[in-house]
Write a protein that binds this ligand. Structure first.
Ligand code: HEC
Length: 192
């Protein structure tokens, strides 16, 4: 019995990393027609819910995977930051081939939560200048962390030497900064 127990223990120790790896390698399905059908309540008067993107169209969307960088208030920006950014090569926001463990996947999710942007301001030199103006930041009440990071904005490098401004990160609306500087991550904010 003792030998059997030991054998069981050894096999668990040997096999556990294999199971963990299998779990960490499996990308969960994020868009499912069946699930999406229950996402929205029926609209008043119409009695039916709005139609959402189909699973087929969702998975046919082109993939956008570009690394982005924090935007700082001018007084807290690290020295030489903009020059350093202009020397960066475009890189993927997430490199799936490097994600091995569950912790890697969680860290990648955090990177996407804070770093995924919509290229609304792409190509606008004016906006790059505007966000360095304290009056503009105050007027828009952009949420700013204790380290001077503006949550809703990101610098994007799609081509070396060209730093662009992106916006609409998940964190813009899903993080609240409390007066003492603590961050609450996850909640939806109607006002951003
Ligand atoms: C412009 C603001 C905004 C942005 C950007 C945004 N969200 Fe939201 N999100 C909201 C608001 C507001 C709600 C709550 C909507 C509601 O209750 O109908 C919400 C709801 C959600 C919910 C549902 C939460 C629940 O309790 O059911 C999820 C999940 C979610 N967002 C994920 C994301 C992710 C992931 C991103 C980035 C890819 C993102 N959101 C970007 C504003 C935003």
């Amino acid at each position: 019995m003792k030998t059997l127990l030991r054998l069981f223990r050894v096999s668990v120790i040997v096999l556990l990393p294999l199971f963990c790896r299998a779990a960490a390698d499996t990308v969960p399905k994020v868009w499912d027609d069946g699930e999406a059908a229950s996402f929205r309540l029926p609209l008043a008067a119409l009695g039916t819910p709005p139609k959402l993107l189909s699973e087929r169209d969702y998975y046919a969307l082109p993939e956008v995977n570009v690394k982005t960088y924090p935007v700082y208030t001018p007084d807290q920006e690290p020295k030489g930051y903009m020059d350093w950014l202009s020397q960066q090569e475009p890189q993927p926001l997430v490199d799936v081939s490097k994600l091995k463990t569950k912790a890697d996947w969680i860290a990648a999710g955090r990177e996407v939560f804070y770093g995924r942007e919509l290229p609304r301001f792409s190509g606008s030199e004016d906006n790059l200048k505007l966000i360095r103006d304290p009056r503009v930041l105050a007027a828009y009440r952009v949420q700013t962390t204790a380290e001077g990071v503006l949550l809703g904005l990101r610098y994007v490098v799609r081509a070396k030497g060209k730093v662009e401004l992106g916006t609409d990160t998940c964190a813009m609306c899903h993080v609240r900064i409390l007066p003492d500087g603590k961050l609450i991550e996850g909640i939806g904010r109607a006002h951003v």
